[in-house]
Design a protein around this ligand. Sequence first.
Ligand code: PPY
Length: 358
Amino acid sequence: MNGLDRFGPLLEAWSGEHVVVRYDAPTGAWIFIAIHSSRRGVPTGGTRYRVYARPDDGLEDALKLAAAMTRKWAVVEMPRGGGKAVIAAPPDLERAARDGLLLRYGEIVDSMRGSFYTGPDLGTTSVDMDLLRRRTGYVSGHSKALGGAGDSAPFTALGIFFGMRACAEHAFGADKLAGLSVVVQGVGSVGVQLIELLKRASAIVVATDADREKLAQVEATGVEIVEPDAVYDQECDIFAPCAIGGVLDAATIARLRCRVVAGAANNPLAGPDDAKRLADRGILYAPDFVINAGGAIALVGMEHMSLSRMQVEDRLRGIGATLRSIFARAKAESITPEEAANRLAAENLAKPLEGREG
Ligand code: PPY
């Protein structure tokens, strides 16, 4: 079988617990449920639905995303563990076939009997979560009509917004975005919400997306647009990656003309050296798993910890406070903010579990 030859090396290099793998014969999709860590609670993370060049690219994504979830729950101190699912789908599945695939995926999640909790991610919506709930209760982010928290994108966007203000304070000396230029890469569900918040705060927004149709919709609201590949050369104060991961590598970092990188994308850094590359260019980087934790906080907070909307908003504001302390620590310990955030996550992971909320 083509496209599976990296399975062994990928798993050998991974620090997680286990992976549930399923080949979905009716569609040809591969399903990977990566359980990275159950140390702080039930492994919980979204379900990504995407077309990959090869199935092992989907596995690689799942492994990295699940590890990031472990760090994310640890830095925000929520009683959950790291896990993530990837459905590596064939291109152009028809609606009925996609629904069938999701229902079968829901059965697998259900068979795990609560050892993995999921919700929406790139390529899935709360409508999909409603579908999954026909097969399993271990799903968050389903519609309000069915008793869920609904779309998590507004919460993720609000967390990014508070995080950006902390970045602005550190980089420009004032915790406000008015008059700052922000380039938003990706106008998916989080990108569009973020653009609205930025406009309201009187920031100057420039957007891009590979999807022309989506981009045209954003342009129609008065936002300036740039070509997807020109985005790295665009002079701005803040570059906000809000699309797929792996976009920042040696080549693109060399082109950046911004002072801050802060966005919603998971794993925007292509490799382990890229945080240092950003720092060497004098660019402040908000670690992704800190600044993009808003959706995770909102879904689990509202659906499983009975937090009110106000309490969730307080926690989203806390993303800004956490980033401030990460930037201070990075400075004090002469390390990158990424490394400071990793140290904070590792410390929280090592704490004894007694006496924690939840
Ligand atoms: C993420 O932050 O990347 C998530 O996957 C968050 C999340 C948490 C709980 C359910 C679904 C998604």
